[in-house]
Design a binder for this molecule. Structure first.
Ligand code: UDP
Length: 443
């Protein structure tokens, strides 16, 4: 496809953070804004670059070679190349109308500010998580969190419905959390917030965020639903699983995935394997290469598992997840509760078994099970008996029927939100207007 930037007067620079769960929604936002007439430049790192073949409409700018383990070094490393883009300079045909950056690429707000260009932050997580994260410094300063066991079921003051155990921090990652809070507080914040959620899912958290940050806020999700379908995966999608799904019966298959980051050890792999095997339910299981410690892929699966399961189960390295969740044969999603996965599941009305591990996943799980009531939680250390019972409950039990009904109703509400007059539809129009008329307040 011929690039159309010469005909596009307003250009937006989108700054990616190089992890799958961050890159996907930013690229989706890029295609939505492209369809609204903006020229799009994607600034990305050499690590985990997007594939330009999948996005011929965008321009790309390499903005650094980071050490992915260190968020501050990524920000320092990427600053100069973005600065060199001379954001303020107008070309013959287009001018930079704004910089939209991932919340972890906070340096971009400073660069934009130096160049007198509006900056907007894209939050790729839920509004409830952003709110909880913003409350952490206060909770920590107050000492209330430190005195609480991070497994406590006690309600967190002012963060209803979250309990201390749902907070995006635990004793193990406390140091990293404190470091991130400290780093982020040093940088200039963007004056506008775009968030990948929608009013029918998070009405209250969105209102509370608006009050908290006092900046224009646009809930334009689920981006997976409003953006065009081009692939954003870093790993190759095994499309052959769709042919396998085609041979399964309606809503019979449990799809199992822990996203792009979560890891397992051999013991957990064994429990999951026997839980799936003993449930007698067909399953499609994503085991990411390298996601089981001390192995390359599935070498540590227990003996006898494959024979026991036969054709009833399929294991892949990476699935075309959106297509899988939209497939007629998929009736449930055992998920780690990454926000993209949750939104993709909700958008297709697929009920969930939630199995959160860290950060925002625990907040998301609370909303899945307690607020929207579209899933059941598998809590604590995984054990084959619990897994088998949870699968049977979701896929076959009476409770499962009610959960599925609520998931379908929520999907219908999401569908309405993206149609003309819906909250996402309106927020996208408002955002476009904002960018075109340059009404963005200066930093
Ligand atoms: N995903 C995929 N195929 C897989 C597993 C995951 O395409 O086999 C995609 C999924 O659709 C989602 C993203 O990877 O868009 C994972 O993001 P999420 O926020 O759910 O979790 P994270 O990987 O950040 O923990």
């Amino acid at each position: 496809m011929e690039k159309q930037e010469n005909r596009r007067v307003q250009r937006l620079v989108l700054v990616l953070f190089p992890l799958q769960g961050h890159t996907t929604p930013m690229l989706q936002l890029g295609s939505v804004l492209y369809s609204r007439g903006f020229a799009i430049t994607i600034a990305h790192t050499r690590f985990n670059p997007p594939d330009p073949i999948n996005h011929p409409q965008f321009d790309f700018l390499v903005s650094g070679t980071p050490n992915i383990e260190d968020v501050e070094s990524i920000n320092l490393n990427c600053q100069a190349p973005l600065q060199e883009l001379e954001l303020q300079k107008q070309t013959a045909y287009s001018q930079v109308a704004g910089v939209i950056h991932d919340s972890l690429m906070y340096f971009a707000a400073t660069v934009a500010n130096d160049n007198k260009i509006p900056s907007l932050v894209l939050r790729t997580s839920s509004a409830a998580f952003v709110q909880a994260y913003a409350a952490l410094p206060h909770l920590l300063a107050e000492g209330s969190f430190l005195f609480q066991d991070s497994m406590s079921y006690e309600q967190v003051p002012q963060l209803n419905p979250l309990r201390f155990k749902d907070l995006p921090v635990s004793r193990e990652n406390m140091a990293l959390t404190l470091e991130l809070i400290d780093i982020v507080s040093k940088y200039k914040r963007s004056s506008v917030m775009i968030i990948n959620t929608t009013d029918c899912l998070e009405h209250l958290p969105l209102l509370q965020l608006q009050q908290l940050f006092q900046v224009p806020l646009f809930g334009i999700g689920p981006l997976s639903k409003v953006a065009s379908a081009s692939s954003t995966s870093f790993l190759e999608e095994e499309s052959s699983c769709i042919a396998w799904l085609n041979n399964q019966t309606l809503k019979s298959v449990l799809y199992v995935s822990k996203g792009s980051l979560a890891m397992s050890d051999e013991k957990e792999l064994t429990e999951i394997a026997w839980g799936l095997a003993n449930s007698d339910q067909p399953f499609l299981w994503v085991v990411r290469p390298g996601s089981v410690s001390s192995s390359d892929w599935t070498e540590l699966l227990p003996q006898g598992f494959r024979e026991h399961v036969g054709e009833r189960g399929l294991i892949v390295k990476w699935a075309p997840q959106k297509e899988v969740l939209a497939h007629f044969a998929v009736g449930g999603f055992w998920t780690h509760c990454g926000w993209n996965s949750v939104m993709e599941s909700l958008s297709e009305g697929v009920p969930m078994i939630s199995c959160p591990q860290f950060f925002d996943q625990k907040v998301n799980s609370r909303y899945i099970t307690y607020i929207w009531k579209v899933g059941i939680e598998l809590d604590g250390e995984l054990e084959r008996g619990d897994i088998e019972r949870s699968i049977r409950k979701l896929m076959g039990g009476r409770e499962g029927v009610e959960i599925r009904q609520r998931a379908i109703e929520l999907k219908q509400m999401i569908d309405v939100s993206i149609l003309e007059g819906g909250s996402t539809y309106n927020a996208l129009n408002d955002l476009t207007e904002f960018l075109l008329t340059n009404k963005i307040p200066p930093n």
